[in-house]
Design a protein around this ligand. Structure first.
Ligand SMILES: Nc1nc2c(c(=O)[nH]1)N[C@H]1C(S)=C(S)[C@@H](COP(=O)(O)OP(=O)(O)OC[C@H]3O[C@@H](n4cnc5c(=O)[nH]c(N)nc54)[C@H](O)[C@@H]3O)O[C@H]1N2
Ligand SMILES: Nc1nc2c(c(=O)[nH]1)N[C@H]1C(S)=C(S)[C@@H](COP(=O)(O)OP(=O)(O)OC[C@H]3O[C@@H](n4cnc5c(=O)[nH]c(N)nc54)[C@H](O)[C@@H]3O)O[C@H]1N2
Ligand SMILES: [Mo]
Length: 760
């Protein structure tokens, strides 16, 4: 007992006191370049990231400053590029040397670290190996297997958000001509709560600000995102705000270093001083899931202090009475209990908000990935609308998207809920009709596979089985498939869950030259702020046998749809033709080919940015959500609310390494962050091995959802809140634990209990 009181050292756990960025960030880039063994190739690639004539960084969806002239340093962008431009190769020899069952034993890190896939491969059940196959043979067999299904609705077509607009548009065209709207999408696991809630509130499912607005705002609120790790280039913007004296208010259960201090490698003064520039003026460590309480508290203060913009409310909105009634009916005692913060702190935040004329609210997964994700988004929109902070310069809502083109994929038609307008436009341009019915999102797709209602899965990128909740159910379901097709750059665990027929189709990455009959091609992407721009790689492809994503889609389409109305070969010979098609189907892309050739690209129309709330006569809406989400939270004796987060050394399911520098974790990921008092109360101490047991209903086999043998780390977060890494925590979430309105899984508020590990 005594030894414990003197704070024993937990291996790999050491408080990190530096700022985000700084020298360690430079060191980390040098290490990843060395480790990936192709310094020349990668360093050349790095100079072209996010330059007007280069490729779009596959790291995140934060926009680029227009006309970038010098290399904008970003540690995690550099890792993403190095990981793609690596010198390592996963050739057919790797698959000859290892059965799929053997590869299954590898870590997620080791699988991807094998390097770039080089040849199309097909699974051979007899030898339990992937064997090389010709492209045409692969396409033929895939087309045949899909056509053999009793109904097109028995196939699922997943998209991960790195896919370009051009590939995504062709993909949805193929799938719709085939006859289904089953479009599970990584967006369903990410910002779906935004895509559902914002149209209801402000008439459009996208953010309303651009980078220019950040230069004009006079207060910024950051809810539930971790820019230091997940969109590091945003730190440069936040640093500028801080130096301008703009208050930045962080609302986050975990103290994230990037929201506290940042040393910009571009600014010697930051680097020499050692401590960098302060970012957040105030840091509110809200309880996990306590944001609606925090937001309602702020709004309650605004109401009580007559700090509303009455003229804006009268002219532009509906529903204010119901909102006021709800705020009146919400007692401060409940707000304090649910948010875990004292009334005075919430009122102080409201005062900062009320003093400012132009406010931006930014948010990420800490708001969307809950069973009440859409409610969270509604209340942030309400807060902004109360003072007219949408649709004027320097103000607005900024959902920070994840994958670099997750927003664009949606814009060009990846949606399971097509409209009649889309059907009409496709009919006009391509001559075929498709059913305007609702298909499956990500959770529904896996449920359909589980229940035997779907028998084929095609994945345009990603690692669906690992990204989704409930690996027990998801893995078992996917093993029952007749067909699994993965278009990918690197090997991952989803590829090893084999179906009766499984194919691995290796594609070009963003960094590489894409040469077609019409010459070298560029693709386009849309960032978090609706800016569309070109992306063109310059590196020699990782293997001569790779195909571009559009070419792979066209190859499958030809085999799948022998009587297709679409001339697939013609389209992929020159991507301008695909963009012409996008423009024909989606009029907001007017003059697409011309506008995308302007340096920096162009911005798509976002109605709410100019106070068009969804057409003539439409108004923005205050939306009341019931209570403080007590109805959707499991509480009880000893229950902790667990959130799952990204470490600094991963990209979603891609594990670059084992360092979570800013949180003081080195060389491991098997940790759970818990408040020291919560540990003590349970008779546990930092360094103890613990099991985490989900309080959600048992899995389908009747087994308890749990993960075992993790190490407890005492961490500064609110009582009752805990955190661990994703995907390790996914086994604790059931497939049906999702937001009813949007389907977004509840990855960020999992009710759990912890106990000393039972195996000692
Ligand atoms: N390097 C790198 N970059 C990435 C990614 C990556 O994995 N690595 N992933 C990309 C993708 S797809 C996405 S979607 C984005 C994700 O970017 P983020 O949204 O930053 O993702 P998370 O790591 O999930 O971090 C969520 C944050 O929310 C906080 N949080 C958790 N629960 C709550 C809550 O209840 N309330 C509040 N207020 N906060 C909470 C956590 O403490 C954490 O700081 O990043 C993209 N960029
Ligand atoms: N518990 C928990 N679970 C989560 C989350 C969480 O916060 N907590 N976050 C969720 C979120 S926000 C998201 S977006 C999903 C991510 O879900 P996904 O998008 O499905 O997963 P990724 O890990 O990004 O996919 C990695 C794979 O993409 C492939 N890849 C990389 N680049 C390319 C390319 O250019 N083309 C093609 N075709 N393939 C490529 C590689 O083969 C790599 O193995 O995970 C979700 N899951
Ligand atoms: Mo995401």
């Amino acid at each position: 007992m005594r030894a414990r009181m003197s704070k024993p050292k937990v291996p790999g756990i050491e408080t990190f006191s530096g700022p985000a960025g700084g020298w360690p960030a430079l060191g980390a880039v040098a290490r990843v370049l060395k480790d990936q063994m192709a310094v020349g190739r990668e360093a050349a690639a790095l100079r072209k990231v996010n330059q007007p004539a280069g490729f779009d960084c596959p790291g995140c969806a934060w926009p680029d400053p227009a006309h970038t002239s010098s290399f904008e340093f970003c540690e995690n962008g550099a890792k993403a590029v190095a990981w793609e431009a690596t010198g390592k190769r996963a050739t057919p020899a790797l698959f000859a040397d290892h059965t799929v069952s053997q590869l299954w034993e590898w870590t997620d890190h080791a699988l991807e670290d094998a390097g770039r896939l080089t040849e199309p491969m097909a699974y051979d059940a007899g030898s339990d190996r992937y064997l090389a196959i010709g492209w045409d043979e692969a396409f033929r067999r895939i087309g045949e297997a899909l056509r053999a299904l009793p109904s097109p609705d028995m196939a699922e077509f997943y998209t991960s958000g790195r896919t370009s607009n051009e590939a995504a548009f062709l993909y949805q065209l193929m799938v719709r001509e085939f006859g289904t709207n089953n479009f599970p999408d990584c967006s369903n696991l990410c910002h779906e709560a935004t895509s559902v809630a914002l149209p209801q509130s402000i008439g459009v499912g996208k953010g309303t600000v651009t980078l220019d607005d950040f230069a004009l705002c006079d207060a910024l609120f950051s809810f539930g995102h971790n820019p230091g790790t997940n969109h590091p280039r945003m730190l440069s913007t936040l640093r500028e705000l801080s130096l301008r004296g703009v208050p930045i208010i962080a609302v986050n259960p975990l103290r994230e270093r990037g929201l506290e201090r940042f040393a910009s490698p571009q600014h010697p003064s930051d680097m020499l001083g050692g401590q960098g520039t302060p970012i957040a003026q105030t840091y509110h460590q809200v309880r996990i899931g306590g944001d609606v309480a925090f937001l309602k508290g702020m709004m309650k203060w605004l109401l009580a202090n007559n700090a509303l913009d009455h003229a804006f409310i009268a002219e532009h909105t509906t529903g204010i009475e119901a909102l006021c009634a709800d705020l009146d009916a919400t007692p401060w005692s409940a707000i304090e209990a649910e948010s875990g913060l004292p009334r005075a702190d919430i009122e102080a935040a409201a005062q900062v908000y009320a003093r400012a004329e132009r406010v931006i609210v930014c948010y990420g997964m800490g708001m969307t990935q809950h069973r009440f994700g859409t409610r969270n988004v509604h209340q942030m929109a309400n807060l902004l609308l109360l003072r007219g902070n949408i649709g004027k310069p320097g103000a607005g809502i900024a959902p920070i998207r994840g994958h670099s083109n997750v927003q664009g994929d949606r814009t060009v038609g990846i949606t399971e809920k097509p409209t009649q307008a889309l059907a009409d436009a496709i009919k006009r341009r391509y001559g075929f009709e498709f059913p305007v019915t609702h298909g499956h999102d990500a959770v529904a797709a896996v449920q359909a596979i589980r229940d035997g209602r779907s028998k084929a899965l095609v994945c345009l990128g990603g690692n669906l089985a690992v990204a989704l909740s409930d690996p027990q159910a998801t893995f078992a379901a996917m093993r029952k498939l007749d067909l699994a097709v993965h278009v990918a750059t690197k090997l991952n665990r989803s590829h090893l869950i084999t179906a009766k027929q499984s194919f691995l189709l290796p594609c070009l990455g963003r960094t590489e030259v894409d040469l077609k009959a019409g010459g070298p091609q560029f693709v386009t992407v849309e960032d978090s702020m609706s800016m569309v721009h070109a992306s063109q790689g310059g590196l020699k492809p990782a293997s001569p046998r790779l195909k571009s994503e559009p070419a792979i889609v066209a190859g499958i389409a030809r085999a799948l749809l022998p009587d297709s109305q679409v001339d697939w070969d013609h389209l992929v010979a020159d991507y301008d033709r695909i963009r012409d098609g996008i423009e024909a189907v989606f009029p907001i892309f007017k003059d697409f080919n011309q506008r995308v050739r302007q340096p920096g690209g162009f911005r798509l129309y976002v109605g709410a940015s100019v106070r068009d709330w969804g057409g003539p006569g439409a108004r923005a809406r205050f939306i009341v959500s019931p209570g403080l989400n007590e109805d959707l939270r499991v509480q009880g004796d000893g229950v902790l609310t667990l959130t799952t987060v990204r470490s600094h050394d991963q990209y979603n399911t891609t594990i670059y390494g084992y360092s979570d520098r800013y949180r003081g974790v080195e060389g491991r990921r098997d940790v759970v962050f818990v408040n020291a008092d919560d540990l003590r109360e349970r008779g546990l101490a930092p360094g103890d091995r613990i099991d985490i047991v989900s309080c959600l209903p048992p899995n389908e086999a009747g087994g308890v959802r749990e993960v075992r043998g993790f190490t407890a780390v005492a961490y500064e977060l609110p009582r009752g809140s805990a955190a661990m890494y994703f995907p390790e925590g996914n086994a604790l979430v059931s497939l049906d634990c999702h937001d009813a309105a949007s389907g977004t899984p509840g990855y960020k508020s999992i009710p759990v209990r912890i106990r000393a590990a039972v195996d000692g």
